[in-house]
Design a protein around this ligand. Structure first.
Ligand SMILES: NC(=O)c1ccc[n+]([C@@H]2O[C@H](COP(=O)([O-])OP(=O)(O)OC[C@H]3O[C@@H](n4cnc5c(N)ncnc54)[C@H](OP(=O)(O)O)[C@@H]3O)[C@@H](O)[C@H]2O)c1
Length: 232
């Protein structure tokens, strides 16, 4: 009797913060999880804190196209298809517009936007072929344009607005069996959010994991906070 294959999720920037908590939730939900971190040693340390057997650690620097390709190749060589992709890796430079140098903007886009572009290009074709996929872009309300402004440091806001645009582009490019959504986790107590942030890491990862585990009837091409659709 054939047994249905366990779904595999890959979470980028997963050695700490919202990414690590998302790994924990997806593993508890019964998925095999690839904990991807740009520094393998830090990834292994993080995986050890979870103490779970079905977590595989992969080195993945989303800012490096070669690193994304090499990670995808290692997984393919081991017969692992990524069914759920959580693009969580991010950086938060705080320079206001007139202090922002080109290199900082380029680096921010390379991680926050191009990282998701690279992983979507690497893993979404396999999802489309297998007829199942979930993609979650960990974005931010600080990149929302619907209020007529970007209320955040310049490079970060630009990169998250662009990540929201990428969400819509990818969701339109894949079949309906692959659901592609963006999430604002709130202002979360992580290294990025700081100790004064009002939202716990557990709460911050809740909507991320919810979107990663959407049923076939779930939405695609949306932007969510607290499991509720919000304006782009
Ligand atoms: N915290 C908040 O209040 C908040 C609010 C809205 C949205 N977000 C978004 O939520 C996501 C996670 O943030 P967080 O609060 O958990 O931040 P965090 O604790 O600073 O974690 C960021 C993670 O991204 C990784 N990363 C950075 N550059 C990378 C690269 N080139 N390749 C792979 N991984 C890379 C970091 O790895 P290293 O350890 O190697 O640096 C780290 O694991 C980000 O996309 C962030 O923009 C956060």
């Amino acid at each position: 009797m054939s047994r249905e294959r366990t779904r595999t999720a890959l979470v980028t920037g997963a050695n700490r913060g919202i990414g690590l908590e998302t790994v924990r939730r997806l593993e508890r939900a019964g998925l095999d999880v690839v904990l991807a971190a740009r520094d393998r040693a830090r990834g292994l340390d993080a995986a050890r804190t979870l103490g779970a057997a079905n977590i595989r650690v992969e080195e993945l620097d989303v800012a490096d196209a070669g690193s994304v390709a090499a990670c995808a190749q290692r997984l393919a060589d081991d017969g692992i298809g990524v069914d759920v992709l959580v693009n969580n890796a991010g950086i938060y430079p705080t320079d206001p517009f007139f202090s922002l140098d080109e290199e900082t903007l380029r680096r921010t886009l390379d991680v926050n936007l191009m990282g998701a572009f690279r992983t979507c290009r690497a893993f979404c074709p396999g999802m489309a072929e297998r007829g199942y996929g979930r993609v979650v872009h960990v974005s931010s309300g600080l990149g929302a344009v619907s209020d007529g402004n970007i209320p955040s440091p310049a490079a970060y806001g630009i990169s998250k607005a662009a990540l929201n645009a990428l969400t819509l582009v990818v969701s339109a490019a894949v079949p309906p069996s692959v659901k592609v959504n963006a999430v604002c986790p709130g202002w979360v107590r992580t290294d990025m959010g700081g100790a004064g942030a009002p939202t716990s890491v557990e709460q911050g990862a809740d909507t991320v994991a919810w979107l990663a585990l959407l049923p076939d009837s779930g939405p695609t091409g949306g932007f969510f906070r607290d499991r509720t659709r919000i304006a782009w």
